[in-house]
Design a protein around this ligand. Structure first.
Ligand code: GTP
Ligand code: MG
Length: 302
């Protein structure tokens, strides 16, 4: 095994931090590590936390970390900012909100901006998530601000995506516009201590049972949380854990693998290769974690 990966597997925080920096910078030396990095993972549950600005994602992540630490889990967190490198203020705020876990060696938090030459923010994110997995963190949480296409793509990297709304913002409309409800496996109406939270949850449930949600799928559960008091957070952690097995059903896993591989293909040579006869078999191998998506794309092109 490659030295960097051996160090990762031994659980060192420094080697992990250094590797994440190389991933974030799009360092070409990361490329040869990908096959082993992807397959060396332990199969961590990758959980996306997204939603409109200020809905309480970071506070909720902080409460979820506390809950998962109570359950004996080692938690990795990526706070991804796809939009610009100029929002260090928000990222600093995230660090402060998660500070109570700073001394905990079983919690690893990292903020990342996108400079990735390995294939955009979504590629950078799955590589970083694979690194946290290989280092033994499970679950791996990915927080993004949901406002545009790249955020939705990051949400698609996750096996389970939690969309965090807040009652006072008229977020239902905003979320639909951003296509966020389409990627939601679980919806958390946060700030449950504010008036209107229960009503917003009821409206969302009614909307999802009629028109919204993914076609031919059960509508996602809508849960009310209060991140600042941890009310509803244990139930949310339960729902996330319960979704893990749903996300790993062959069709779901294959769909996620397809998203990853299609993006990689687009990076290399566009969509032509999708007609290749080995397409289905390649996707199956990726879904079964025998092959990383970029190598799969190269095989399809070759
Ligand atoms: N009343 C109330 N306030 C909350 C709750 N959760 C978060 N907040 C507050 O909402 C504000 C935004 O919280 P954040 O956790 O930073 O929200 P965010 O979604 O991570 O924000 P961005 O990362 O900037 O998009 C902070 O002032 C929090 O203290 C809650 O359950 N109830
Ligand atoms: Mg935040």
């Amino acid at each position: 095994m490659n030295d960097a990966l051996t160090e990762l597997a031994m659980g060192g925080r420094r080697p992990l931090a250094r590797l994440l920096t190389r991933i974030e910078n799009g360092d070409p030396s990361v490329r040869p590590l990908l096959p082993e990095l992807f397959t060396a993972g332990h199969g961590a549950h990758v959980v996306g936390i997204t939603g409109p600005p200020g809905s309480g994602k970071s506070t909720l992540v902080n409460s979820l970390i506390t809950e998962w630490r109570r359950r004996g889990k080692r938690v990795g967190i990526l706070a991804v900012d796809p939009s610009s490198p100029y929002t260090r203020g928000a990222i600093l705020g995230d660090r402060i909100r998660m500070m109570e876990h700073a001394a905990d060696r079983d919690v690893f938090m990292r903020s990342m901006a996108s400079r990735g030459e390995l294939g955009g923010i979504a590629a950078t994110t799955w590589i970083a998530a694979a690194a946290l997995d290989a280092a033994g963190y499970d679950p791996v949480l990915i927080e993004t601000v949901g406002a545009g296409q790249s955020e939705v793509e990051v949400a698609r990297v996750a096996e389970t995506t939690v969309v965090v709304e807040a009652p006072e913002m008229g977020d239902e409309v905003q979320a639909i516009k951003a296509g966020l409800l389409e990627v939601a496996d679980i919806i958390a109406v946060n700030k449950g201590d504010r008036p209107g939270a229960d009503r917003a949850a009821r409206q969302l449930r009614a909307m999802l049972s009629t028109a919204g949600g993914r076609v031919e799928r059960k509508p996602p559960p809508v849960m009310v949380t209060t991140a600042v008091t941890a009310d509803g957070v244990a139930a949310l952690a339960d729902a996330i854990e319960a979704h893990r097995s749903v996300a790993r059903e062959p069709l779901e896993a294959k769909e996620r693998a397809a998203n990853q591989v299609r993006r990689a293909l687009a990076e290399l040579a566009g969509r032509r290769a999708a007609d290749d006869p080995s397409w289905d078999e390649t996707l199956r191998a990726v879904a079964d974690r025998e092959l990383d998506p970029l190598t799969a794309a190269e095989c399809l092109l070759g």
